[in-house]
Every structure is written in structure tokens, then in C-alpha cells.
Write a protein that binds this ligand. Sequence first.
Ligand SMILES: O=C(O)c1cc(=O)[nH]c(=O)n1[C@@H]1O[C@H](COP(=O)(O)O)[C@@H](O)[C@H]1O
Length: 274
Amino acid sequence: MHFMTALKAAWQQRNSLLCVGLDPDPAKFPAHLASRPQAIFEFCRDIVDATADLACAFKPQIAYFAARRAEDQLEALIEHIHTHHPAVPVILDAKRGDIGSTAEQYAVEAFERFRADAITVNPYMGRDSVEPYLAYGDKGVILLCRTSNPGGSDLQFLDVGAPGRQERLYERVARLVAEEWNASGNCGLVVGATFPAEIARVRELTGEVPLLVPGIGAQGGDIAATVQAGRTMDGCGLMINSSRAILYAGQGEDFAAAARRVAQDTRDAINACR
Ligand SMILES: O=C(O)c1cc(=O)[nH]c(=O)n1[C@@H]1O[C@H](COP(=O)(O)O)[C@@H](O)[C@H]1O
């Protein structure tokens, strides 16, 4: 199924704009999991099973798996999501960016090895570096635009407009994606919840393009401001990600139930503003 079709169905059927981020850090796992060889998979699986009905997407962050030689556990996790929660699309957060020939390999890795439904991509090497992902017309390509971190302003806020016409770099990315790269309707953009004014600007520039919005929860972004700035006319258009605030809500054997409570509260807080 086309990523956008799956995402729209998940928004509607689950009545949720919440993306549950899967950033498994064994140092923060409950003690009973610590010594288990498949701890990363088991931790994420339990979070997934406890939150799937509350989520419009899952977003595993590849670095947390690769850093611990646990790519096999990432494969198993995505397989688990597809098998047990097929209505919830999987966004592989890899933020790839490289020349076309290398990008082809990253696209194979994301879509054929890991079987992700979408991937995050860094667009700052230009169109040819993104084309190998766009060629998978039914997969989502979610491009960094205005990132949530403080240093995002160092480059993304530079004025690249013609003389007398200010245009920030992130605005150029948003415009390029909306006007040129999204010919197959499979693009999304990343805009941090920590910058609601820029969410509103990106929404203004891109019409209905879905926005992945990290930065609520641990990074302190404002839910109401995010939703008001980024929702589309039908009250959707957003995948609002929270990772650590959900994953590490509890420290004991009932960690998944604690994660569910925070996920539910977050989904409800988002819905209250739609
Ligand atoms: O692409 C991303 O997901 C992303 C972009 C961005 O601008 N900021 C950002 O925090 N992220 C990711 O979103 C997640 C945020 O995690 P928490 O701050 O724990 O909710 C991490 O996996 C980040 O890598």
C-alpha cells in the first residue's frame, strides 16, 4: 500500500496524529531486560504492542540499533509491526544523504532490507541525492526541513533569497519539495515542534504535505502551538513524534503499561487541539 494511503487511513481509523518514536537505549531499560540477548527487540516489541492502537506511525531510529550491532533486531521489530499491526506505517529514521549511487544502496537498505514504509532523508545534497528514494513511488520520503535542534538555525535560517526577497534555506527546501520533488505525492517534511512559527510557514508553503514533527515531550515543544500551526483543513496532516517521554515513562516490569499511559495522554492532548 502507498505510504500516504496507509498514513491517512491510520489518522482516520486510530483518530491519532501521534508517532511513537523507537529510540531504544539499553542504559535506560528496566533491570529485568538488561541481560537478555534480544533486549532491544523485546523492549521495542512490548512498547509497540502497548501503543499500536494509539499511533498513526512508528519511527525506529536506526542509530540506536546499529550502535549495538542490533540491525537484526531492527529487522525483526519491523517484521513484528507489519505482521501484528499492519495498519501502522513504519518510518525508518535514518536521515540519509549522499550521492545518487550510494543513495541507491541506502534506499535498498531501508525499503528492501528493513521493509520500512518511509524514510527520513537529508535533502541538503540536492535533488539527485534524493531521487533514488523518490523512485520507490509507494514509499514515503520525509525530508529534513526545519529541524528541532537549536543548531538547526545555523544553516536552515540562512537567507538564500534573491536580492530584496528574503527566503530562508528551510523555506526553499519546503518550496522545492512541494513544487518539484513531490510529483508522485510521496514526500513529507520534518519540522521541529520547538519552532511553531516555522511549522506554520511550512504549512503555508506546502499545502497538504504531511509534516513529521519531533520535539514534543523530552525536547519541550508545545503541543497546542504545534497542532494549531501545522494541521491541515481536515485536522490531520501531522505525525507528531515523541520518543523518550513515552519509552522511559516507567522503569519497572510494567514499563509498557506506563508507556501506554503517556502515549494515550499525548494523543488526547493532541486531539484536544485539532
Ligand atoms: O527526523 C527526526 O525524527 C528528527 C528530526 C529533528 O529535527 N529532531 C529530532 O529530534 N528528530 C528525531 O526525533 C526523535 C526525538 O526524540 P525525543 O526527543 O526523545 O522525543 C529522535 O529520534 C530524533 O533523532
